[in-house]
Write a protein that binds this ligand. Sequence first.
Ligand code: GDD
Ligand code: MN
Length: 413
Amino acid sequence: MQDTLIHPLVPVPSSSLRIPREPSGFLAGDECPLYFSLVVPTYNESKNVHAIVHLLTGLLDEAMPGNYELIIVDDDSPDQTWKIAQEMTPDYPALRVMRRQYERGLSTAVIRGWQVAEGQVLGVIDGDLQHPPEVLLKLLDAIQRGADLAVASRHVEGGGVSDWGFTRRFLSRGAQLLGLIILPNVVGRVSDPMSGYFMVRRSAIAERDLNPKGYKILLEVLGRGEVEQVAEVGYVFQERQEGESKVTWKQYVDYLHHLARLRSRGRVARLKKRLKVPLTRFAQFGLVGLSGVFVDMVIFYLLSDPMTLGLGLTRSKILAAEAAIINNFLWNDTWTFRDISSKQKGWKQRLKRFLKFNTICLMGLILNVLILNILFNVLGINRYLANLIAIALVTFWNFWINLKLSWRVTQVK
Ligand code: GDD
Ligand code: MN
């Protein structure tokens, strides 16, 4: 008997982007997990969704009846792709549909789909029929023969693009070359790192903190997963017949951002751990400090220069330094430590923070003079180098003490 009820939407996980080691249904007591879960990310694919579901289920029903699922992850498409897909569920029992309303982006859509997946092998394919469905069986075959990751590639035997102009080929290859330079041991592992058509064993990416940016989910899998054996299968990237591509210049920026993030992943994390210093915050603090130098200089000029006000040197310097301190405080309070200051609202609290900051910075100034004297007069270090070292040390002091005292997170019960 065919059930005719429309299946409810799959709830969107709100947790971090981690894929569980065991599928949730399996943990809940299902005797045997599915073999394969295929995610189809969609955005405005109303004209393609029927065909893609029909083709994929046709293939998979033959290859592994009852042992797979298809998960459409739609980002609340204005053309209601999710709704059309949901209305197909009575006819396609392997189909599940997720509608994301509060999150966007191709890569995270894929991960959200994998998070709810029941399969041991997790796959992804575009929803616009540009990825030929038949290749799926070859990819599955490669996994069955032992690969951890099987990628459909435009750049191996049997692969290609149908009708791309010079500019598009150039951009695509340029992006790949850049990836090879920035992240050789990730991007260099496959011939087509831009592919969005692949499958991977759950065990290779389970329990990893995934953090992708933009379009290229494969980079994330290669960069953070534990992928040993990689297989590639050639395919020809088809021209779109319906709907349109969502690629804009933003995807190129995201791609660079993603590469940079993957590259710095291990190194920055290790450094942070070793130093026990909130590096990002420190960098922000340093930047604010730099802006303070400008403020100091400008005010100092306005007050002391004979062409302007012509005030005395010391008086000018004190006022200029104070202006810089106020400048730095405002930036630090609204930017560097915004997470903390937003929890301690009210002008009284703010004034308190400011007075502490001011005091600590003045102490820093005294420290600065002291260190400079020791380095220059006692140790005989070149005066400018000595000043540079003094500034660095005092910046660190200012940061550390302010972090502990001015922007301390006070636990109020
Ligand atoms: N859920 C969701 N959210 N889906 C999205 C989003 C999004 O923000 N953006 C795009 N998609 C879906 C599209 O609906 C389509 O099914 C698929 O992701 C690919 O998007 P396209 O915009 O058609 O991309 P493309 O054809 O230019 O680029 C593809 O080219 C590569 C070349 O091999 C990408 O899909 C790559 O993954 C692919 O490998
Ligand atoms: Mn496409």
